[in-house]
Design a protein around this ligand. Structure first.
Ligand SMILES: NC(=O)c1ccc[n+]([C@@H]2O[C@H](COP(=O)([O-])OP(=O)(O)OC[C@H]3O[C@@H](n4cnc5c(N)ncnc54)[C@H](O)[C@@H]3O)[C@@H](O)[C@H]2O)c1
Ligand SMILES: [Zn+2]
Length: 345
């Protein structure tokens, strides 16, 4: 089932229209403290009787323990199978709240109202729900689609500039793997004048198309992991060494590192690679990655979920707008890419 997505200029009225049609027995709204403060006022008018369930913000809260609290609150409020859970927040409440709804009493309806750029262009599309388990990210979860997704760029006004820029990395990724003309548009524009609504629509349409062709990530959907093999390893390494970077910041570094490998393998032309390198550095600067980190980062790429056996499988660009998945890269190639990244100024 595809996501039912509304690009909304007035989320409270779009929510009201939907809720009036569905006639749910009970309505609960899941927020974190930031989305309760900044985003809830933008939907409150569209809600009649409802209860708010609030959890703490942050990836470290994306656990089964927090799910227990949410399931308990849903139980306390006596939500039945004809109730709905509205999830108002970024990818953390989105993945976790959707998972709680999809499993509560074997599944009740949920509505996603993503409030970060990252969740609007990526996390809320495609039906992947779940939580982290011990040190494993998104280890426990299900595929399930929301009954409705409301996308409203007005929520981004209160998002920190750093979170906004982090979400933008997924837009860059979507563009690099699918649309050379859009890439030219983005890189020739002034960052501060970028039209988030237009870019969100572009990314969402692209991700939806990919997901509808390959919902369970058997092949094509893997291209959405561009920049994520090395990027995610860098993110995990820095997190474990107490040097947390935002997801998109690590993915930006991953796009450069994997771009380097694609160029080295003769898949990506030098001028195309240079354009990626220059733009990503201009927007994100460079992350400090110690040379001693290389072995650990390689070991982390070897653990990547997308691998087969002990081969590192990666998405590589074959040009701007075109990508190939399941490309094998060696440990030495990862090290050379990291060393190139480190040499940039
Ligand atoms: N399901 C998927 O396909 C998919 C895809 C990509 C990422 N993800 C998941 O998404 C998560 C990251 O998402 P995220 O970056 O949105 O994180 P997040 O939900 O933690 O939000 C980031 C921060 O922004 C705050 N916030 C949210 N909306 C705000 C607003 N409008 N104004 C002010 N503050 C606001 C939050 O409280 C939080 O502190 C990760 O757990 C990742 O695994 C899932
Ligand atoms: Zn990502």
């Amino acid at each position: 089932m595809a996501d039912n997505i509304v690009f909304s200029i007035d989320p409270s009225s779009d929510l009201k229209i939907f809720l009036d049609q569905r006639k749910y027995t009970k309505v609960a709204v899941l927020t974190d403290e930031n989305t309760l403060l900044h985003c809830y006022p933008l939907i409150q008018k569209g809600l009649s009787q409802h209860k708010v369930i609030q959890v703490k913000s942050g990836e470290e809260q994306k656990t089964i323990e927090t799910c227990s609290q949410i399931w308990q609150a849903m139980t306390d409020q006596a939500l039945d199978r004809h109730s709905v859970l509205i999830v108002l927040g970024g990818g953390v409440p989105g993945d976790m709240g959707g998972f709680c709804a999809a499993t509560y009493k074997r599944g009740i309806d949920f509505i996603l109202i993503p409030t970060t750029l990252l969740s609007q262009v990526d996390a809320s599309i495609g039906g992947k729900l779940g939580v982290d388990f011990n040190h494993f990210k998104n280890h426990i979860g299900v595929f399930q689609h929301p009954s409705l997704t409301i996308l409203h760029s007005g929520f981004l006004k209160t998002l920190s500039l750093r979170e906004l820029r982090s979400g933008f990395a997924e837009i860059i990724k979507h563009t690099l793997i699918s649309d050379a003309a859009m890439w030219e548009k983005i890189r020739s524009a002034d960052y501060s004048t970028l039209d988030w609504q237009m870019l969100t629509k572009h990314s969402v349409n692209f991700k939806q198309k990919i997901v509808s062709e390959d919902p369970k990530e058997k092949g094509l959907r893997k291209i959405l992991n561009a920049g994520h093999t090395i990027g995610h390893a860098i993110e995990t390494y820095l997190l474990d060494s107490g040097n947390k970077v935002l997801h998109g910041e690590a993915i930006a570094a991953g796009l450069i590192a994997e771009g380097f490998t694609a160029r080295e393998k003769g898949l990506l032309r030098a001028d195309a690679f240079d354009s990626i390198c220059q733009y990503v550095l201009k927007i994100y600067g460079k992350i400090d990655i110690d040379q001693n980190a290389d072995e650990t980062i390689v070991a982390l790429t070897l653990q990547d979920k997308k691998n087969l056996g002990n081969k590192i499988l990666c998405v590589l660009l074959e040009g701007i707008g075109k990508a190939r998945w399941d490309c094998e890269i060696s440990s030495d190639e990862v090290k050379r890419a990291l060393s190139f990244y480190r040499s940039l100024c």
